[in-house]
Design a protein around this ligand. Sequence first.
Ligand SMILES: Nc1nc2c(ncn2[C@@H]2O[C@H](COP(=O)(O)OP(=O)(O)OP(=O)(O)O)[C@@H](O)[C@H]2O)c(=O)[nH]1
Ligand SMILES: [Mg+2]
Length: 367
Amino acid sequence: MRVREQNLKQKERVLLIGITRHRQKRWAVMESLEELANLTKTAGGRVIESFIQIKQRYNPSTLLGIGKVKDIKRICQELDIDLLIFDTDLSPAQIRNIEAIVGIRVIDRTALILDIFAKHARTKEARLQVELAQLEYRLPRLIGLGLEYSRLGGGIGTRGPGEKKLEIDRRRIKQRITTLKKALKKIEKSKKIQRKARQGFPKIAVVGYTNAGKSSLVNALTHAHLLTANYLFSTLDSNTKLLFIPPHHRLLISDTVGFLKNLPHNLIASFHATLAEVIESDLLMHIVDTTAQTFEQHITTVNNVLEQIGVNEKPKLLILNKIDRLFKEEKERLKRKYPKAFLVSATQGIGIDEVKLYLRDYFYPKS
Ligand SMILES: Nc1nc2c(ncn2[C@@H]2O[C@H](COP(=O)(O)OP(=O)(O)OP(=O)(O)O)[C@@H](O)[C@H]2O)c(=O)[nH]1
Ligand SMILES: [Mg+2]
């Protein structure tokens, strides 16, 4: 018990703030804040409170009015908050101005996502991609600030390349970006050679919102042991496995990085090496967590990202996952709404054989 209390104490106490111009859009902001809360937990923080501000006009220097920011300061003091996370992108000046008033650290959604990426990057490819994304995010924010980031003393939003590296000036950051891009190109090249060697096998890429069950699906189909976890962005690189369909069919199936609403554009670009599998696949399996309240929005988000990376025209299979947690009526509704989709449970093995048979008939129609 005491250990648990200590752990809770060590976690950063976080206040979340969502902002909207219109009262009517409140519900969308609430959902977005819920996702931000999940991201915060994944990053190791503890959400103490969250607020929505309805604001017709933004104050360019502090986003919210000075009076409002002072209110937030009071609340932060009362609740002993360590970190303020805004669900909106903030300019470096806004961050500095708000920090100056509230006296605690302030970050935005993008910085939080980058932090989680840094925390979860395990392979060389993932680490390089995350570092590239972080530097691309920070570079425009360093203009005129010099060594701004050297003052950060650890905690959510500061992980990644490490403070030492962040003390280098813009020129050196640019050099580092070039180096990272080169290293990633090299990885991409060697992956391309690997893929060439595997030519002849049809290629499938599993795509979907983060935590939808992509890795679990690949495991269910191939008996692999990819890491699965109930937190966001556990997979940050692609992983290709052989999918054997008796009696003698072989396909390649790749697990990939998950998508999320408001993914920063250059982050997607940084993940080019990982997304190469998606780009070069013959078929996409779009897997959806049907237990997520906003799963229909997730479908739209994923389709938008697929469009951004130019693969929306590829043949797509919709896989509705986690049906072991749905009532019969919900499953019936899904079947009516998505007549072509497969209803599966990756962890319980429900519907997996049907997917395999479909894939066999799709790629080997005559056999
Ligand atoms: N109940 C239930 N849970 C599932 C099912 N499939 C996956 N999960 C759980 O959902 C969580 C996420 O699964 P992953 O396979 O890691 O999801 P992912 O899409 O690879 O997630 P990221 O790599 O983080 O984007 C894990 O806790 C899984 O055990 C399912 O069919 N039913
Ligand atoms: Mg995964």
